[in-house]
Design a protein. Structure first.
Length: 240
C-alpha cells in the first residue's frame, strides 16, 4: 500500500508537469522583463518625461491590435497586420535609449520560463528612420547570466520609413531565428541609423512553443498510470 501511495503521488506530480507545460505551439509571447540593459534609458530633454524604462517595449502599447501573450497564435496574429503607432508621442509607446549615447549594447529579455524559440517580431517606433536599430545579433540562454549562450541569428532591421517603405504606423518585421530552447533572449544592438543620436524600438514579441518533454518521461508516465490501473483492478477483484 505504501508503494502504491508513493507511486500515486509521483504520478500526480508528473501529471501536473505534463498538463502545465507553457504555451501551445506557435504562440506569440511578450517578455516579462528586461533584466539587463547596457545602453540605458532615455532621460528627459526637449520636454519629454524625465524617467523612462523598457516596459513599453513589451506591454503592447502603441500596437493597433492586441494579443494574449502565450495564447494567441503567432502566425495568425502577424497575418492580421498589426501595426505600431510609431512617433507622436514616442514616449510611452516603446523604448528609447539615452540621448547622445553610443546607442549600441545589449538588452536581455526574460520570457518567464524555458521555451522553444522560433521567431522574433520587432516593430519600429521612430518618427523617421534615423533612430531605428540596424544591425542586430540574438542569443538565447537557459540562465540569466548567459554563461553558455546560443547564437540564434544575425540580421539587419529594415530602415523605416524610406523611399520604399511606409511611414507610421509601422508593420512588424519578423526575424526567423535558429531554433533554440531558453528562458532568456539577448538582443545585441550593433548599429542604428544615427539620425538623432538615440536608438528606439516600438515593440518586441517572440514566436514560442512548449519545450518538448524527454521521451523517457512520457514512458515513465505511461508505466506509472498502467501500474496504478492494474493495482486498482486487483483491489476491485479482491473486494468482489
Amino acid at each position: 500500500m505504501i508503494c502504491f501511495a508513493r507511486l500515486r503521488s509521483t504520478a500526480a506530480a508528473l501529471a501536473l508537469v505534463l498538463l502545465t507545460q507553457p504555451a501551445l505551439a506557435g504562440t506569440i509571447l511578450s517578455p516579462i522583463a528586461v533584466i539587463n540593459n547596457t545602453i540605458g534609458n532615455y532621460k528627459g530633454i526637449a520636454g519629454f518625461p524625465e524617467d523612462t524604462d523598457e516596459t513599453p517595449m513589451f506591454n503592447q502599447s502603441g500596437l493597433s491590435l492586441g494579443f494574449t501573450s502565450g495564447v494567441t497564435d503567432f502566425a495568425a496574429y502577424i497575418a492580421s497586420n498589426p501595426t505600431h503607432i510609431g512617433g507622436a508621442p514616442e514616449i510611452g509607446n516603446g523604448w528609447i535609449s539615452p540621448a547622445y549615447c553610443p546607442c549600441t549594447g545589449t538588452l536581455d529579455f526574460d520570457l518567464g520560463a524555458n521555451y522553444s524559440i522560433k521567431q522574433m517580431a520587432l516593430w519600429n517606433m521612430a518618427a523617421n528612420s534615423g533612430a531605428n536599430v540596424a544591425e542586430i545579433n540574438l542569443y538565447s540562454s537557459k540562465t540569466a547570466d548567459f554563461a553558455a549562450p546560443t547564437a540564434i541569428g544575425s540580421f539587419t532591421n529594415p530602415e523605416m520609413p524610406d523611399d520604399n517603405r511606409p511611414r507610421a504606423p509601422y508593420p512588424a518585421t519578423v526575424f526567423d531565428l535558429d531554433d533554440s530552447v531558453g528562458r532568456y533572449v539577448r538582443l545585441q544592438i550593433n548599429s542604428y541609423y544615427e539620425a538623432y543620436l538615440v536608438s528606439e524600438i516600438g515593440e518586441i514579441a517572440f514566436d514560442v512553443s512548449a519545450v518538448p518533454l524527454p521521451p523517457m518521461l512520457w514512458l515513465f508516465a505511461a508505466a506509472s498510470f498502467g501500474i496504478l490501473s492494474a493495482g486498482r483492478q486487483r483491489q476491485t477483484t479482491a473486494l468482489n
